[in-house]
Design a protein around this ligand. Structure first.
Ligand code: ATP
Length: 359
């Protein structure tokens, strides 16, 4: 498939108001969201149920219109365009295939509406079938396909239109866990091969981490943080972000000194140096973000307590360590050859300061 230039997407102060059917009160499902998505990037809208990710995607597709704000595709303002006039294509959770059409005709449908010559349609559809690894299945009816194959047809049908932006609304949620992992890798591979811009809605953080150039984590209609998977994981901007992505521990402390991003925190008389976002002042209460895999246990140290739980998980030894009022979760990877602490024993934390982050 020849490549068309991918387009960027820009949202400027987008708000969508809905009425709560129960209380009859208006609320902002999407609340003054501004956002820049680079051409050719794979961006995921991630967040808990009801945070506004699908509404945001549907406004970009044109299935909903914002109550306020502007949407740009490339340089064009598209608020007033109907979905079929926008240079976007959507892959739905339900696949939304045409049941009485075979695979070929499902993929060809949009091209026929555009009145492309027959030969060109055939070439494009065959190229697509090859790309999604369904060559030879063009005559099958869609009800003779597995869920994964139906989702590939849905992907091919969207891609064949060569949209400037490809939109995905939880496309893998109807598939079993193993197939989800395979399909997400394939979607990412195809997106990179074609260099197309993709915006992908999911509430599955592992899916978002593995597939995205950037994650936009939403909460209650607003953007909680936008960044690469590494930025979101290692440098969360809030407790909400740290907690939503992966497992996390928080150790409470008081800021002793803060210079730019370099912060020194007092935790029960022990000084810990780590990075912060630079907006903390001396004396502020703060929290140290500790990922369970970034600490190990040792016989001596400054911060420690009693082991409450010690469980072998195969890839790692899982511990719960009671430090004062806090119970820390610790994953000791490759425990073979490490000292294994048992419940009831005393142990201390051992860590590199560079793996910590202060909120
Ligand atoms: P999920 O992961 O559950 O699909 P989401 O983040 O995609 O959630 P949205 O579908 O964007 O969330 O919905 C955001 C909020 O708007 C929710 O509180 C939802 O109940 C509400 N909502 C969505 N569509 C409508 C509608 N047509 N009328 C009223 N409220 C709506």
């Amino acid at each position: 498939m020849e490549n068309k230039s991918p387009k960027g997407v820009r949202l400027v102060n987008i708000t969508k108001i809905y009425q709560d059917p129960k209380t009859k009160k208006d609320f902002a499902a999407v609340d003054n969201v501004s956002l820049d998505i680079a051409p050719g990037s794979f961006v995921t809208l991630l967040g808990p149920s009801g945070c506004g990710k699908t509404t945001t995607l549907r406004m970009i597709a044109g299935f909903e219109s914002p109550d306020d704000g502007q949407i740009f595709l490339g340089d064009d303002a598209i608020n007033e365009l109907t979905p079929n006039k926008r240079d976007t294509a959507m892959v739905f959770q339900s696949y939304a295939l045409l049941p009485h059409y075979n695979v070929f005709d499902n993929i060809a449908y949009g091209l026929k509406l555009r009145k492309l010559p027959k030969d060109e349609i055939k070439k494009k559809v065959m190229d697509m079938l090859e790309l999604v690894e369904l060559s030879g299945m063009e005559e099958r009816m869609t009800n003779q396909l597995s869920g994964g194959q139906q989702q590939r047809v849905a992907l091919a049908r969207a891609l064949v239109m060569q949209p400037g932006v490809l939109l995905f609304d939880e496309p893998l949620s109807n598939l079993d866990a193993k197939l989800r992992v395979t399909m997400r890798t394939e979607i990412r591979k195809i997106q990179q091969k074609l260099g197309i811009t993709a915006i992908y809605v999911t509430h599955d953080q592992a899916e978002a981490m593995s597939i995205s150039d950037e994650i936009i984590l939403m909460n209650k209609g607003k953007i909680a943080q936008k960044g690469t998977p590494q930025e979101i994981y290692y440098k969360p901007k809030s407790e909400f972000v740290a907690d939503f992505i992966g497992e996390v521990n928080f150790l409470e402390g008081t800021v002793k000194s803060s210079e730019g991003e370099n912060c020194v925190v007092d935790v029960n008389g022990t000084e810990i140096k780590a990075e912060s976002y630079g907006d903390l002042k001396n004396g502020d209460k703060c929290k140290i973000v500790i990922r369970p895999e970034s600490v190990e246990l040792a016989d001596t140290g400054a911060i420690g307590g009693e082991i409450l739980i010690s469980t072998f998980m195969g890839a790692y030894q899982y511990y719960q360590l009671k430090c004062g009022d806090t119970v820390l979760k610790i994953h000791d990877y490759n425990p073979r050859g490490h000292k294994i602490y048992q419940a009831g024993e005393k142990a201390y934390l051992s860590f590199e300061n560079s793996t910590l982050h202060i909120l």
